[in-house]
Design a protein around this ligand. Structure first.
Ligand code: SF4
Ligand code: SF4
Length: 332
């Protein structure tokens, strides 16, 4: 029988052991429907998720809700929106109770005296020109000043087809402000002209990201296997999409048979009652989905399928380590 220990030497086995003790149970929360930007291609607004439910304004109700979530087994809260930094009391209600990661555009600084070690993920959509085209503003100019050198912060760079050949410039500018970077791909939910991926571009992206990881492993948090699966949409001969997606809200998951999925995962709207279909756009065609987090989770929940060859299992370990680094379960 093929076992984990039969596939790994001592040092890989140690790496495996240190991640396999992590027992992460995450869910995602829309902290608010409001945002101080309106990016073209934002999955939240393009799918009208901001209209699905009203913001709950009573902070006591948020606190009671979070306590129930913890009772449900959630041990990591991922805060999105809208812009969570517009509602810091709600963010604090999470932060005081559970391990919290806050995704923000970085225009408003989360005060570190109030949230000393909260993980912050800063969205970035390309160079100055792309950011102005897609977001109406060069957010990096502001967010990098707000978070320069912050040890609990990284940029989540959503790469567009126009950025092929330019990722090095972006990685360097993030490194120069003393921060880390992780990269995913734009899904272009609003059909912005010129921002759709072509097959040959995806191959180029994969090669470019692999080269960047070799050159900038000090600040670029990633894994080559993640690049491969993200750009091809394939893993071990299987195709990513609705039938395989791990990040579907549990009570809305009617799939039969059930694929491997995130345990008890729910994405909650800001009224604390409504649920969204999945971790990203309610209306996205799953066959076009390039969501980085869902891809990462897809690999992670399919551990057993990777206990096949040494290379497969090492690939799985590297992706799990990438996730664990992004959330600071292991040092970067
Ligand atoms: S900052 Fe984020 S939530 Fe706000 S519009 Fe842009 S992508 Fe959407
Ligand atoms: S849109 Fe993406 S994340 Fe959502 S269910 Fe489809 S494949 Fe999964």
């Amino acid at each position: 029988m093929i076992t984990v220990s039969s596939l790994l030497d001592d040092s890989w086995y140690e790496r495996y052991k240190s991640i396999s003790k992590l027992n992460i149970r995450s869910s995602i929360y829309d902290v608010t429907n409001r945002c101080n930007l309106r990016c073209k291609g934002c999955f939240f607004f393009s799918s009208d998720e901001h209209k699905a439910a009203k913001d709950e304004k009573n902070i006591t109700k948020w606190e009671q809700f979070i306590d129930k979530e913890i009772e449900r087994g959630v041990n990591m809260a991922i805060l999105i929106g809208g812009e969570p930094a517009l509602e810091l009391d709600r963010v604090e209600a999470f932060y005081k109770r559970v391990l919290t990661m806050c995704a923000t555009n970085g225009l408003i600084k989360v005060p570190r005296d109030r949230f000393p070690d909260m993980m912050v993920g800063l969205s970035l959509w390309g160079d100055e020109e792309d950011e102005k085209t897609l977001r109406g503003k060069d957010t990096f100019a502001i967010s990098s000043k707000n978070y320069e050198g912050d040890p609990n912060c990284y940029y989540l760079y959503t790469m567009t087809p126009k950025q092929i050949g330019h990722t090095e410039k972006i990685i360097k500018k993030v490194r120069d402000v003393g921060l880390k970077i992780h990269i995913q791909l734009l899904s272009n939910d609003e059909d912005v002209n010129g921002f759709h991926w072509k097959e040959e571009e995806l191959e180029d992206v994969r090669n470019e990201l692999d080269t960047m990881l070799d050159a900038y492993s000090d600040c670029y948090i990633s894994a080559k296997y993640y690049h491969k699966v993200l750009t091809s949409g394939k893993m071990l001969g299987r195709s990513f999409g609705w039938n395989e997606c791990p990040s579907v809200t549990l009570p809305l998951d009617t799939r039969d048979p059930q694929p491997k999925r995130l345990t008890n995962f729910i994405r909650w709207a800001a009224d604390l009652e409504t649920m969204h279909r999945c971790c990203t756009s309610e209306t996205r065609d799953c066959s076009t989905c390039k969501d980085g987090a869902a891809t990462m989770s897809w690999i992670m929940v399919n551990k057993r399928a990777h206990i096949r060859t040494t290379e497969d299992l090492q690939n799985w370990i590297e992706v799990y380590e990438m996730f664990a680094k992004l959330y600071r379960f292991i040092p970067w």
